[in-house]
Design a protein around this ligand. Structure first.
Ligand SMILES: [Zn+2]
Length: 240
C-alpha cells in the first residue's frame, strides 16, 4: 500500500489565478481590457493546474483571482513591479488600501497555513502554480515546463531534480527545465517565505507552464496536468 509521508504537508497556491478588477478600480483600466485578457493580466491555466495539484495531493489551495495588474501578489512590498503602470501612480492612501484589501489577506492566509503545519511538526512543501507566455519581448521561451527553486536549499534542489527526471521520462518530447524562464531566487512569494521559515521546515517551488498548453488545446492541457500531478505525487510516495 502506498502512503504519503505523514510528516509532509503540502500547500498549493496560485497568485495569478484571474484577471478580475474590483469595480472601484475599473476606471483605471478603461480601454485596456485587452491587456487584462493577456498574459500580463493573469496566468492562463495556472488556477486549473493548482486545483488539480490540490485535489491530488489533498492539500489546501490558496488562490487569488484579482488581476496582478491591480497588485502583484508574487512581488514583495517595495518591489518596483508590485504595482503596475495602471496603479503605480495612485496616491499612497489608495495603494495602502489595495494592499490592505487584496494583498495582505492573501499573503497572510498562506503564511499562517504554512506556520500552522510547521507547528504541528510537519515539513511543508509549497507549490506555487504559474504559467508563462511562449514569447516575451520577441524572445521565444525554450521550455514547456519550468521548476523554480533556490539551489542553496537542499530539499528544493533535490525535489526539483527528481521531479525533472520523472517529467522527462513521462514526457520525453517536452523541454523541462529548472530555474527557467526565471530563477527561483528572484523576488516572489516563495523567496519571501524562505526567509520566514528554515529550509528544514519549508520548501517553496514555483511551477511554470508554457501557456501554449493551456490556451491552444484543452485535451492536451488535461493530459499534461495529469502527468504533472502524478509525477509530483510520485516523489512523495513510500511503500510498505
Ligand atoms: Zn505567475
Amino acid at each position: 500500500m502506498n502512503h504519503f509521508n505523514a510528516t509532509i504537508s503540502f500547500v498549493v497556491s496560485c497568485e495569478h489565478g484571474g484577471n478580475h478588477i474590483p469595480s472601484v478600480y475599473r476606471h483605471l483600466f478603461q480601454g485596456c481590457e485587452s491587456v487584462l485578457k493577456s498574459h500580463r493580466g493573469y496566468d492562463c491555466g495556472a488556477l486549473l493546474m493548482a486545483k488539480a495539484l490540490s485535489k491530488h495531493l489533498n492539500a489546501p489551495l490558496f488562490s487569488a483571482t484579482t488581476s496582478r495588474l491591480l497588485v502583484d501578489l508574487n512581488r514583495s512590498i517595495g518591489h518596483p513591479q508590485l504595482f503596475s503602470e495602471f496603479t503605480r501612480n495612485l496616491p499612497p492612501a489608495a495603494k495602502h488600501e489595495i494592499l490592505t484589501m487584496y494583498y495582505q489577506p492573501y499573503r497572510n492566509r498562506v503564511e499562517a497555513a504554512i506556520a500552522n503545519a510547521i507547528q504541528c511538526g510537519n515539513q511543508v512543501i509549497h507549490l506555487s502554480s504559474h504559467s508563462f507566455t511562449p514569447q516575451l519581448d520577441g524572445v521565444v521561451r525554450m521550455a514547456d515546463i519550468g521548476l523554480l527553486y533556490d539551489p542553496s536549499k537542499t530539499m528544493e534542489k533535490l525535489l526539483c531534480w527528481k521531479w525533472q527526471q520523472s517529467l522527462k521520462e513521462a514526457l520525453p518530447q517536452l523541454a523541462i527545465r529548472r530555474n527557467y524562464p526565471y530563477t527561483g531566487t528572484a523576488d516572489g512569494f516563495t523567496r519571501y517565505l524562505r526567509r520566514r521559515f528554515s529550509m528544514d521546515q519549508y520548501a517553496g517551488i514555483e511551477l511554470e507552464i508554457n501557456q501554449n498548453y493551456f490556451c491552444d488545446n484543452r485535451a492536451k492541457w488535461r493530459k499534461l496536468c495529469d502527468v504533472i500531478v502524478e509525477t509530483c505525487a510520485g516523489l512523495f510516495y513510500y511503500k510498505d
